[in-house]
Design a protein around this ligand. Structure first.
Ligand code: GRF
Length: 201
């Protein structure tokens, strides 16, 4: 059965495009059922339209979180989304949204969580002076950048790296990690034990 993905984004959408490319190249057996955004002029949304994908957009500014999340959740359900992939979605999700889609929301974060949650994680890691950082795909729970970890890739900080150079190398790894982690989740044969993503059988 081909699984239907709902993508939520607010910006340029390079992770969304990496997912679309992985599907096109047969590395990910899924289809993108909807690309939704809280930023109607997000470049990622324009890219989705160019690919002929279904899109949904509504400006979230000033809209109460629960009401906005109800609307976006209804759009995801109307398009039959099995799994929701946050890809640079810059808005906190309400508890109601998270409870509506249990273990069905993934996020990618540009650090080795639990280090450096929140905004600008690549710069946080660079400024802290760590020698290794990376990226993480995790389930979304009610706390920021906190849910069970599905997959991570380490990226060394090279001598003389600027924060921008480091960010670019992390992003290249994000584009590989996210489709692979989605494929792992869709393949099934896992369960969550405490905080741990455990392969069974
Ligand atoms: C990525 O660095 C991702 O890890 C973070 O937001 C950024 C989104 O970039 N959550 P893009 O819009 O996918 O290019």
């Amino acid at each position: 059965m081909i699984r239907r993905l709902g993508i939520l984004l607010s910006g340029r959408g390079s992770n969304f495009l990496a997912i679309a490319k992985a599907i096109e190249q047969g590395r990910l057996d899924a289809e993108i059922a909807l690309v939704a955004s809280n930023v109607p002029d997000a470049p990622g949304l324009a890219a989705a339209r160019d690919l002929g994908l279904a899109t949904w957009a509504q400006a979230s500014k000033g809209v109460p979180r629960a009401a906005f999340d109800q609307a976006i959740g209804d759009a995801l359900d109307a398009h039959g989304c099995d799994l929701i992939c946050l890809a640079g979605y810059l808005r906190l999700l309400s508890p109601g949204f998270i409870q509506r889609f249990p273990q069905r929301i993934l996020n990618i974060h540009p650090s080795l969580l639990p280090a450096f949650p929140g905004l600008d994680a690549q710069h946080q890691a660079w400024a802290h002076g760590v020698r290794v950082t990376g990226c993480t795909v995790h389930f979304v729970d009610e706390d920021l950048d906190n849910g069970p970890i599905i997959a991570q890739t380490a990226v060394p900080v090279e001598e003389g790296d600027s924060a921008q150079e480091l960010s670019a190398r992390i992003l290249a790894q994000e584009h590989l990690l996210y489709p692979a982690a989605i494929a792992r989740v869709l393949a099934g044969g896992w369960r969550i034990e405490g905080r741990r993503f455990v392969i069974v059988g």
